[in-house]
Write a protein that binds this ligand. Structure first.
Ligand SMILES: C[S@@+](CC[C@H](N)C(=O)[O-])C[C@H]1O[C@@H](n2cnc3c(N)ncnc32)[C@H](O)[C@@H]1O
Length: 237
């Protein structure tokens, strides 16, 4: 929510015509990665262009590289039931929805009615619309209403103060071997020396995950950091 207010971020056109807002990975590396990653669907390109030009928080968009990564994880894991925390303009939900099998479903949660309205308009235009459900409301409340151990993949990408709560609920709703992808795990590098509430929350989240024996983890330095977590079935929660 506060990405646009972060002084160290930068927003600019890259060689690939896509913005970069992260300082944590060298600009040249970001641009090179973009230029060497397949574009997503025309609708996703449109969502991206809309988000960059018409919204106040363009840096909240995951974008092409992370979008492709999410798609690959969905495809390789064979996920059928996906939960996303933080819809924004619908980019990542659409990206995952496009590669889910016909019977696959994604529930995406958003508490901002303006964001939800934009996302719903894009979802309506997608051939994957029947796979995507948006629920408007507080993510913590909506997560509580979901059953134990029926979800294959959770993408956490909302307010940073609640990441720890989202993690606990995600581990509950995930089946064994299910995956969590937590975005912004590097939080612009502020986790190294947290000076504010959000940065402390992200640092605490990373430590909680790292200490959790039920979690097998891989910390990726893609973009603003993606913490990849597999719920181990051989360790009690
Ligand atoms: C970083 S953006 C999500 C970006 C999106 N996943 C994408 O790739 O385009 C975070 C979103 O989470 C929403 N959000 C923040 N706090 C929330 C909460 N407590 N419950 C539900 N949604 C929340 C914000 O309104 C915002 O739209």
């Amino acid at each position: 929510m506060h990405h646009d207010t972060l002084g160290s971020g930068r927003l600019g056109e890259s060689a690939a015509g896509v913005y970069s807002y992260m300082d944590i990975v060298a600009k040249e590396a970001e641009e090179y990665a973009l230029a060497h990653t397949s574009p997503l669907s025309p609708l996703l390109e449109e969502v991206e262009a809309f988000t960059l030009t018409k919204t106040a928080y363009p840096s909240m968009l995951t974008g092409r590289v992370e979008g492709r990564f999410l798609q690959l994880v969905v495809q390789l894991s064979g996920a059928r039931q996906v939960v996303e925390i933080g819809t924004f303009t619908g980019y990542s939900a659409l990206a995952m929805g496009e590669v889910l099998p016909e019977k696959g479903r994604i529930l995406t949660i958003e508490n901002n009615p303006d964001h939800a309205k934009i996302a719903r308009e894009f979802f309506t235009r997608s051939s994957s619309r029947s796979k995507i459900t948006l629920r408007l409301g507080e993510a913590r409340e909506i997560l509580k209403s979901l059953p134990d151990a029926e979800t294959d993949l959770v993408f956490i990408d909302a307010d940073k103060q609640n990441y720890t709560a989202y993690y606990r609920e995600s581990m509950r709703i995930l089946r064994n071997n299910g995956l969590i992808l937590a975005d912004n795990a590097l939080w612009y590098g502020r986790i190294f020396d947290p000076q504010d509430e959000e940065s402390r929350a992200m640092a605490d989240f990373n430590e909680l995950v790292n200490a959790d024996k039920q979690a097998e983890k891989l910390f990726l330095t893609i973009r603003d950091g993606i913490y990849v977590i597999r719920k181990r079935g051989d360790v009690a929660g």
